[in-house]
Each structure stands twice: as structure tokens, then as C-alpha cells.
Design a protein around this ligand. Structure first.
Ligand code: CO8
Length: 309
């Protein structure tokens, strides 16, 4: 009972985080199997849409939350999406009943298309700065999470989508060679910042990162497994269930020991960004608003549309 009250109290907190966060309404309900459905409705002053881009299901029996990205057409990381993501993550982080997080997509064939390119095209420097701060926040929260985090990658995951997966503790991908994953920024004529680079290098090593970043490589699922970018391939319909099952071996380790070890591995990388957040934002804004970069982004968007036609 006390635990139930404690959990309810936690969900009623209205996110203390992020200066860019809009008002939040958390809807909290239970069904007979003890499953807790948390639906965050974020209404942003810039955009009156109240449709949730992220669904969170916390199973209070297992302590595992499944966060499902559901922002069609491609789960691109817009400012609204990132804001909702940060709030949802913070709520789970504060919930002592939640020990593990599975991150997956509701969209067929796509985990996430990465940063929303339209957030970087034709926008004011102020808006670009706000957007980049939200991207930083997403990474800081996920890479530094105390929970066990498993990416259930059930589709393509370029650039920022790959970063999201890389920020988890473990990656399980659908065994489908048509799905690509990688930091392909140079293909767009843009450059992944140092903390994207560090996150990849911490996972696959320096030389592989050098090749991957310079050539903007997107790896097929089997290639990604070979270089250690993902940890396991399973049939597409087993990605989420395997991710949930995989939690058992992490939960068998005392939380404090696992968390301190994770922090020891990741803190230096996180601290590097924390000590230079403002200059990282300024670098992004001055780079992305350059005419030549805006032109590259426009051409890339056009090439995406042509490919479709
Ligand atoms: N942002 C915004 N819109 C997008 C994005 C995106 N990232 N990706 C796709 N879309 C749009 C498409 O233009 C298309 O729009 P429309 O229907 O109006 O034509 C719609 O989404 C559907 O796209 P597709 O038809 O291409 O869908 P497919 O199922 O055929 O393919 C893919 C899905 C594989 C995800 C494909 O869309 C794709 O490859 N997208 C591009 C992904 C990409 O390159 N993302 C990189 C973004 S940059 C980033 O994340 C890190 C930047 C780091 C910043 C550094 C700056 C200094």
C-alpha cells in the first residue's frame, strides 16, 4: 500500500526538469494485471498538439518500463518529442519501482530517423539553440540513467536514432539486413559533435569510429553486430520480448554496484559535455545557420523526397 501511494505521488509530480518543458499532465491508470499505464500529455505553447509521441508502460510486478516511440512518420526527434522524452524519462528515473527501461518503436521498419531535420532548417538562432539544448538533455539523461536501459531496435536507426540506441546499456536489433544503423551525419554535410563521437567510440573503439564517422556509414543489422554497434540480433517479432527477458541478468546484480560501475565508465564522457554545454550550443548554432550548411540540408531533404518518387 505504502509503495502504491509512493508511486502515485511520484507520478503526480510535474517534472522539475528542463527549462524548455511545457506543462505536463500525467494520466495514471491500472488494469487487473497490475500493469501501470502512464501516458504523458505534453502541451507545448509553440504547438498546441496534445497527441502523445511516447507511450510508457510500467509493469509494477517486474519493475520494467517499456517506452514506445510513436511519432509518425519516422519518429524524428523534434523539440516537442525531445521535451516529452526527457519528462517521461525523468518520471521513471524518480520511480523506485522502476529498475529497467526498454526503448522501442511503434512504427513499422523505423526505430528513429534521428534529429528532425526541419528543426535545423530555416530556423532562428534562438530556436536552434533551444533545440540543441533539448538534444543534449536527451543524451545526458539517457546515457547517465541509473536504470538498466535496453534498446529494442525494431527498424532503421540513423544518426540521432543511433545515438539514442548507443546511450542504452544494451542493444538488441531486428535481424533484418534492410535496417540500417549508424552516425551518418557527414552524408548530410553536417558533423556529429564530440559527444556523439565519444559515445560511439566508447562502444566500438576509436578506429571503427573514425571510419564510421568520416564515411557516414550506415551499417546493416548483421554488420552492426559484427562491429559491436549492437549486441544481439533476433527475429523482428522477438525484439521487445527478448529485451524484457534480457533484464533478468542485469537485475541479478545489486543496483548500487551496477550503477557505480556504469557511472565510472560513463562519467568522464558526460562531464566533458557538462563542462562545455554553452559553447557546444554556440558551436551548433553558428554551424547549422551557415548558408552552405542550410543548402546541404535542403539538398538532403530533396534527395529523400526524390528517392521516394
Ligand atoms: N527529419 C525530418 N523528416 C524526416 C526525417 C528526419 N530525420 N527522415 C525522414 N523524414 C521525412 C521524409 O522527408 C518523408 O517526408 P514526406 O512524407 O513529407 O516526403 C517522411 O519523413 C517519410 O520518410 P521516407 O519516405 O524516407 O520513409 P522511409 O520509410 O522510406 O525511410 C528512413 C525511413 C530510413 C528513416 C529515411 O527517411 C531516412 O533515411 N531519413 C533520413 C535519416 C537521417 O539521415 N537522419 C539524420 C538526421 S541528423 C541527426 O540525427 C544528427 C545530427 C547531428 C547534428 C550535428 C550538427 C552540427
Amino acid at each position: 500500500m505504502a509503495a502504491v501511494l509512493r508511486r502515485s505521488a511520484k507520478y503526480s509530480l510535474s517534472g522539475k526538469l528542463t527549462p524548455f518543458a511545457g506543462p505536463v499532465t500525467a494520466l495514471h491508470s491500472r488494469n487487473e494485471r497490475g500493469r501501470t499505464a502512464l501516458s504523458c500529455l505534453v502541451s507545448n505553447q509553440r504547438n498546441s498538439s496534445s497527441v502523445s509521441k511516447i507511450k510508457v508502460d510500467l509493469d509494477s510486478n517486474t519493475g520494467i518500463a517499456v517506452m514506445t516511440l510513436q511519432s509518425p512518420p519516422v519518429n524524428s526527434l523534434s523539440l516537442d518529442f525531445l521535451t516529452e522524452f526527457a519528462i517521461s524519462l525523468e518520471k521513471l528515473e524518480m520511480d523506485r519501482g522502476c529498475r529497467g527501461l526498454v526503448l522501442t518503436s511503434a512504427l513499422p521498419k523505423i526505430f528513429s530517423a534521428g534529429l528532425d531535420i526541419m528543426e535545423m532548417y530555416g530556423k532562428s538562432p534562438e530556436r536552434c539553440g533551444e533545440f540543441w539544448k533539448a538534444v543534449q538533455e536527451m543524451w545526458l539523461k539517457l546515457y547517465g540513467s541509473n536504470m538498466v536501459t535496453v534498446a529494442a531496435i525494431n527498424g532503421s536507426s540513423p544518426a540521432g536514432g543511433c545515438l539514442m540506441a548507443l546511450s542504452c546499456d544494451y542493444r538488441i536489433m531486428a535481424d533484418n539486413p534492410r535496417y540500417g544503423i549508424g552516425l551518418n551525419e557527414t552524408q548530410l554535410g553536417i558533423v556529429a559533435p564530440f559527444w556523439f563521437k565519444d559515445t560511439l567510440a566508447n562502444t566500438v573503439g576509436n578506429r571503427t569510429t573514425e571510419l564510421a564517422l568520416e564515411l557516414g556509414l550506415l551499417y546493416s543489422a548483421p554488420e552492426a553486430l559484427k562491429i559491436g554497434l549492437v549486441d544481439q540480433l533476433v527475429p523482428e517479432d522477438k525484439v521487445v520480448s527478448t529485451a524484457i527477458e534480457s533484464m533478468a541478468k542485469w537485475f541479478a546484480i545489486p543496483d548500487h554496484a551496477r550503477q557505480i560501475t556504469k557511472s565510472m565508465m560513463r562519467k568522464p564522457t558526460i562531464d566533458k559535455l557538462l563542462s562545455s554545454r554553452e559553447s557546444d550550443i554556440n558551436n551548433f548554432v553558428s554551424f547549422i545557420t551557415k548558408d552552405s550548411i542550410q543548402k546541404s540540408l535542403r539538398m538532403y531533404m530533396e534527395s529523400l523526397k526524390k528517392r521516394k518518387a
